[in-house]
Structure formats: structure tokens, C-alpha cells
Design a binder for this molecule. Structure first.
Ligand SMILES: [Zn+2]
Length: 243
């Protein structure tokens, strides 16, 4: 949609590139390759590299957004006080600037999700979660931590002894698919996977390890439910417990 020239891919082989956090690299790479409109990165220690990356990768790098830390296992992604936003074009940057003026928060979330490349179905679920209507209250009370449809479905799949599609190991930390069956997410993530695996295998490895921690936790929750005698069909909202 908003995209322009190809990046200088030599950048991906430089020591400067390798000095960037690998998960940040995965983000920047997708924007540079024009398969993600925008991304958030935390590389404040690389203030000097900003102009070089912007020029060679043909992206716009600006400082905005607040503090946030994503920690999973050995992989940590820290978004400091002012994080960098990488945009694939000036047009995207301009939309970002206008975002702070949007008074309707749902609308602002939707536009932000769109700029990050997330499918419409997933943005919709993020803004108006549907898990309360889909799943049994008894099961929801047994699942620990923040509840959302994708997580609950992952737990259910693991309980059934099934695996989750490997594309989901390439999720970005701010990204939540609306469902484990979301074909838009799987299509998008397989494109991202191809690019990250191809241009920066070490960044791919770090991103996969980062996401694997979440999936391991979902597996643990499935094992816990199994130990409680929970069966997959009991996840359904209409399921009647006789006990
Ligand atoms: Zn979706």
C-alpha cells in the first residue's frame, strides 16, 4: 500500500546490524523489506546508527510511545521511555502523527494495529474480545493469567494433543491473532518467517525462542487442566457439567 524503494540488504551483514537486539532486527527487517508497514523498536543505544539505517534501508525512524518491557525466558525486549517507531514510508509516519489526535480509543487501536500490519479480524478481537461468549466460565476460571481467545484455544489444542502452526512462533510481541485458525495471520506470518529466516537467521532464532516461552506456558496450563480431569469439549460455553 504505502511502499517505496528496496532496502540495501548489505546492511544485514554489517557488525552494526549485528549489534542491534535480534528481536529489534526482526522488526526493522520486515519494515525495510516492505512487508510490515511499521514496527516498534527499543534501540536507544544506537542513536548514531539511526540515520545510516534510515538511509540505507529506506525507512523512517522516529521516537515515540511510552515504556514497556517484554520478558520471556532468556529473551528480553525492552522498550525504554521513548521507543523508536520504524515506518516504511513518510505517509505511514504522517498517519502515526495524526493518531494522537484520534479521540475514539477503539479507532486509534484499530489504526495502530493496521499500521503494525495486523489483520482486521485480529484487531477486531483485540478491541472487543469474544472469549466470554465462546468458552465455559468454569474453564476460564481454571486458566491462569490474562485471558484472550488465542491463548485459550492454544491451551485447548494442547489438551487435545495437537500442535500449534509453526508460523505463530514468528509473532511480534505486541501481536495477538484472533484465533489459532486465523488464516490471515498464518499467511502474514509465513511471509515474515520467510524474510527473517532468509536475511537474518539469528534474529529468527531469537524471535522463535521468545515466542516458544509463551507456548510452553500454554502447554503447562493444558497439562494442569488434564490433571484436573478437564476434557476438550468442556471448553464449549454450552457444556453442562453433571458433577
Ligand atoms: Zn485474525
Amino acid at each position: 500500500m504505502f511502499f517505496s524503494k528496496k532496502p540495501n540488504r548489505e546492511v544485514y551483514n554489517t557488525p552494526l546490524w549485528r549489534s542491534i537486539n535480534p528481536i529489534d532486527r526482526a522488526h526493522i527487517l520486515l519494515v525495510a523489506e516492505k512487508i510490515k508497514p511499521a514496527a516498534y523498536c527499543g534501540f536507544t543505544d544506537l542513536e548514531g546508527a539511526k540515520e545510516y539505517l534510515a538511509q540505507e534501508l529506506n525507512v523512517f525512524i522516529v521516537q515515540m510511545r511510552g515504556h514497556r518491557t517484554y520478558e520471556r525466558g532468556d529473551e528480553t525486549l525492552v522498550f525504554p521511555h521513548r521507543i523508536f517507531t520504524i515506518c516504511a514510508s513518510q505517509k505511514i509516519f504522517q498517519i502515526y502523527q495524526k493518531l494522537s489526535e484520534v479521540s475514539n480509543l477503539d479507532r486509534a487501536y484499530d489504526v495502530e494495529g493496521k499500521l503494525l500490519g495486523y489483520p482486521r479480524c485480529c484487531r477486531k478481537e483485540y478491541i472487543r474480545p469474544t472469549y466470554q461468549e465462546k468458552f465455559n466460565q468454569y474453564i476460564l476460571r481454571l486458566i491462569r493469567g490474562k485471558l484472550y481467545t488465542f491463548k485459550i484455544e492454544c491451551v485447548q489444542r494442547y489438551l487435545e494433543g495437537k500442535e500449534i502452526q509453526k508460523e505463530f512462533l514468528y509473532l511480534m510481541p505486541t501481536q495477538t491473532p484472533h484465533s489459532v485458525d486465523c488464516s490471515s495471520s498464518i499467511g502474514l506470518l509465513s511471509k515474515w518467517k520467510y524474510a527473517i529466516d532468509g536475511f537474518d537467521p539469528k534474529a529468527a532464532k531469537a524471535l522463535v525462542a521468545f515466542n516458544q516461552v509463551s507456548f510452553n506456558k500454554f502447554k503447562e496450563q493444558a497439562d494442569y487442566l488434564k490433571s484436573k480431569g478437564v476434557a476438550s469439549e468442556q471448553f464449549n460455553r454450552g457444556y453442562i457439567f453433571n458433577k
